[in-house]
Design a protein around this ligand. Structure first.
Ligand code: HEM
Length: 483
């Protein structure tokens, strides 16, 4: 099930009449070292979270070793993560990163956020599907269940997005009349929570006022507490290192929140849960916790990170992008906006892809070598040993100059035209190429297509409703209604 090898960059730019001769890449030892025990991991951890931050952590090492593949430590580590091995091999160009998708070469058991795995208590003591390797029979059951959830919700997806988005926008307009730059983060999350409950679980939040009002905040707390050891939240150092990155926080801090959402999903999502049991062979508990995870972690968590960067890219633009989007949306939207109409909107979709390229919402991906194998980067080959952990930092991979022209620039139309369509082979936000197909035999995001279509639908609806939008990644400063 190997992916086709990443073609040499020149073939992206100028199609060649005949394939170039295969060139043997020079075999190189993987540069970099893990340093002294305890001290090496601690020093790398401080660089990663404090002195350098992730972008420059990876960039400076890539420059130092003159290699997009090198050894490094990644947090969490010392002192209270004694059983978490921080040693890994970073893969930072498109070619080396693509090995993470080859299920013959790597396994994905329990490596969603690296060697560290949040306690199973956060998911009701159920090991949910994202932690399964493709060789585990349960992966196939749970992935099929996730894909079925999406299929069943597809019919109401677009209308639910639009009607709930309108509620949020009415709200934002009211807030704008009271404040110059209201934050849209919580309103956006409330919108996401309401429509996702409906389309994924068939659950109507209006049946439970407490959930309707603060379900999104409950999910935020549940997500934050389990992920804290691996993410930077930007509070004053060294407080963040001492209090947030030195040990894992226990589940009981958010057990009330999780149980509230669990009970809501169990009550209101009966039909979906029943299908998980009868059609996919899951126990009732497995069906509920997996459904909750897809809803709260994958979908709500993913969109909560992604949409602010999309809104920022559009609302802070001063190059005339909004005029072009408006024109396309109004020409191609038809009488009722839906997925079939946004599929015709090349620029809208390209803007969505370009945002995912520059700001991949899940920036780190991990996989463990299933066997010894030879890993290729753009310029060298390296020997990887069975059991070694590979780690790809997409924010750099998606700026691979061998694939993307002017890789640091936001080019709204990068993914339009034939050349743009070819570039989709190298857009990796979903743990697979945008041209790939999520299946039970790979670990690509089950929501790969619905995510980009939903984002495109939101952009299209915004420009049917407004002539212009001003703001950034957290607030809106002006909304000019369509004349
Ligand atoms: C912006 C939103 C989203 C982002 C950024 C995102 C991203 C990802 C990524 C990066 C992975 C792979 C993680 C890994 O193994 O390293 C993944 C897996 C997954 N995603 Fe998404 N996702 C999003 C939305 C969704 C939605 C709406 C669904 C709904 C069904 C979904 C379902 C899944 C599932 C089931 C997996 C596990 C696949 C497997 O185990 O084979 N995701 N997602």
């Amino acid at each position: 099930m190997s992916l086709p090898p990443v073609p040499p960059p020149s073939s992206l730019v100028t199609p060649l009449a005949s394939p170039p001769p295969a060139v043997e890449l020079p075999l190189r030892q993987i540069p970099g070292s893990y340093g002294w025990p305890l001290l090496g991991p601690l020093s790398d951890r401080l660089d990663y979270f404090w002195f350098q931050k992730p972008d420059s952590f990876f960039k400076t090492r890539m420059e130092k070793y003159k290699s997009s593949v090198f050894r490094t430590n990644l947090p969490p580590s010392f002192p209270f993560f004694a059983n978490v091995n921080p040693n890994m091999i970073a893969v930072l160009d498109c070619k080396s990163f693509s090995h993470l998708f080859d299920m013959d070469l790597v396994e994905k058991k329990d490596v969603l956020v690296g060697e560290f795995m949040p306690s199973l208590a956060f998911t009701g003591n159920v090991r949910v599907g994202v932690y399964h390797d493709v060789t585990e029979p349960h992966h196939s059951k749970v992935k099929s269940f996730s894909m079925d959830i999406l299929k069943q919700g597809a019919g109401i997806w677009a209308p639910e997005v639009i009607s709930n988005l309108d509620i949020m926008l009415d709200n934002m307009e009211a807030k704008l009349s009271e404040s110059a730059s209201p934050s849209y983060i919580f309103p956006l999350q409330q919108f996401l929570f309401t429509f996702l409950c409906k389309v994924l679980a068939g659950a109507d939040t209006s049946h439970d006022p407490k959930i309707a009002e603060s379900g999104f905040a409950m999910l935020n707390r549940w997500l934050a507490v389990q992920l804290l050891p691996t993410v930077s939240i930007g509070i004053l150092q060294p407080l963040e290192e001492i209090f947030l990155h030195s040990f894992a926080y226990p589940f009981f801090l958010v057990s009330g929140d999780y149980n509230n959402i669990y009970n809501f999903v169990k009550q209101q999502g009966k039909e979906v849960i029943k299908r998980g049991v009868t059609e996919f062979g899951l126990s009732e508990e497995e069906a509920i916790h997996n459904l909750l995870f897809v809803l709260g972690f994958n979908a709500f968590g993913g969109f909560s990170v992604f949409l602010p960067s999309l809104i920022n890219a559009i609302a802070s633009d001063s190059t005339g992008l909004q005029e072009k989007l408006k024109k396309e949306v109004r020409e191609k939207g038809g009488s009722t906006l839906g997925f079939s109409s946004v599929k015709e909107m090349d620029l809208v979709q390209s803007v969505v892809y370009e945002t995912l390229r520059l700001n991949p919402p899940v920036p780190l991906q991990y996989a463990r070598a299933r066997k010894d194998f030879r890993l290729s980067s753009n310029d060298s080959a390296f020997q990887v040993k069975k059991g070694e952990l590979l780690c790809g930092y997409q924010k750099l991979v998606m700026r691979d100059p061998a694939v993307f022209d002017e890789p640091d620039s936001f080019k709204p139309d990068r993914f339009t035209s034939e050349k743009g369509a070819q570039l989709l082979n190298y857009l990796y936000w979903s743990n697979g190429p945008q041209t790939g197909t999520p299946s039970v035999s790979n670990k690509q995001c089950a929501g790969k297509d619905i995510v980009t279509l939903t984002a495109s639908l939101i952009v299209a609806h915004l420009f049917r409703r407004y002539d212009s939008i001003k703001g950034d990644a957290s607030s809106i400063t002006a909304l000019q209604k369509a004349k």
